[in-house]
Design a protein around this ligand. Structure first.
Ligand code: ZN
Length: 396
């Protein structure tokens, strides 16, 4: 067996728009596919990558708030995802993280400077300068091609069984590179998605849930999927049947250290259902779920691919919560607008009536459970005073 680099890494997060603002708005990755989670088709599955959505650049996410299970990154999981940036761009990224008020740490591994931080949902991400990968002919939100992320540099695994994980990586054809400061490095035979590091230090036990990396996929040639399945089964791994994933076919198994591994084929690729130029711009429904089309419109909140200059919270997980959020936001804007107006001139009796009604509605909305989590707990009065509303909905 001779796998060909990391194919993609899938992680579970809480909220899709927050995820999109972070990976596109801050990190500048291209959203290359918006589709649904095959296991729970009323939730998004979002893919980010380089301009062409090449294998070895793909980070995929389930914004999946089901049961509100908060995960913990730890043993039996992918611990950290490392992304590669062009040589000489580290200072740019430090400034960019500062701009978005994202805290970070610096470390060194195998002679490289590493910038480590967390995304909106506590996933551990690193940026590392590398000569591998191609400069991206794609500029977004203040990131030029001299700085843009080129793809996945590697991933750090937190294993429950160091020897077992090393054995599996070797069986898959990864080459042992060396050890440095508590990390054992393997080379996955491709410039994109090249390195797998196993961290040998102590970490907590991993708990499955939001804010964790779910699995790591390696690339195999399409025509060899049955060969890999047979070979791994012979070696004693419990390998899944071949799964059809529209853009590739996959096998899954758990390695001895507890980490879920996927082997995914190198074709047919992300352009199978939309052209390269417009990848990721529209919501794509797999043919298996075509009959749910109308349901999607009523149930899934919209996503906006946009440039941002600060991070925001989006307290909705369904279409109806999104609708309430928008109504609430509009109401608040109008209340504040009337407050501003009242400083400039006398409000008309209609406006005073409107203001009174809006305030009542506002307080009412705060009382409802949906808006309790919305974070709008104050508004400005005509004297510029911030009126706080307690969770019970009383003005203070
Ligand atoms: Zn996957």
């Amino acid at each position: 067996m001779n796998i060909n680099g990391i194919h993609h890494i899938l992680s579970i997060v809480w909220q899709g728009q927050e995820n999109l603002d972070f990976y596109h708005g801050v990190l500048g990755l291209r959203l290359v596919k918006q589709t649904v989670n095959y296991d729970d088709p009323f939730y998004y599955h979002l893919y980010y990558g380089n301009k062409n959505g090449d294998l070895g650049t793909l980070l995929t996410f389930f914004p999946w708030s089901v049961d509100k299970i908060e995960g913990q990154i730890g043993k039996g999981q992918v611990g950290v995802v490392s992304l590669m940036i062009p040589k000489g761009s580290m200072d740019f990224w430090v400034k960019r993280l500062d701009k978005f008020k994202i805290g970070y740490g610096r470390l060194e591994r195998f002679g490289n400077q590493v910038l480590r931080f967390q995304d909106r949902h506590n996933l551990a991400i690193e940026l590392i300068e590398s000569e591998f990968g191609q400069l991206q002919d794609y500029e977004v939100n203040g990131i030029t091609k001299e700085e843009a992320i080129k793809g996945i540099y590697g991933a750090t695994l937190y294993s429950n069984d160091l020897e077992g994980t090393k054995k599996l990586l070797t069986e898959l054809g990864l080459k042992y590179v060396g050890e440095d400061n508590g990390y054992i490095r393997f080379d996955a035979n491709n410039d994109l998605g090249k390195y797998i590091d196993i961290y040998t230090g102590d970490v907590k036990d991993g708990i499955y849930g939001g804010g964790t990396h779910h699995h790591i996929a390696f690339t195999i040639p399409s025509k060899e999927i049955e060969y890999y399945q047979t070979k791994l089964r012979k070696l004693g791994y419990q390998v899944s049947p071949v799964r059809e994933r529209t853009y590739f076919q996959s096998l899954y198994f758990r390695e001895p250290g507890g980490i879920l591994i996927e082997l995914a084929t190198d074709g047919p690729g992300l352009t199978v259902d939309e052209p390269l130029d417009t990848l990721g711009q529209a919501f794509v429904i797999p043919k298996e779920f075509a009959h749910l089309k109308e349901g999607y419109e009523g149930l899934m909140y919209p996503l906006f691919i946009r440039q941002i200059d600060k991070l925001e919270d989006y307290p909705y997980e369904t279409k109806s919560q999104y609708d309430s959020y928008i109504t609430h936001k509009n109401r608040l804007n109008r209340i504040n607008e009337l407050a501003r107006l009242s400083k400039e001139r006398e409000l008309t009796s209609l406006e005073i009536e409107e203001r009174s009604r809006l305030r009542k509605e506002y307080v009412q909305a705060i009382r409802s459970t949906v808006s309790m989590s919305m974070g709008f707990i104050s508004y400005e009065t005509e004297t510029g005073e911030q009126v706080k509303i307690s969770k019970k909905g009383e003005e203070k």
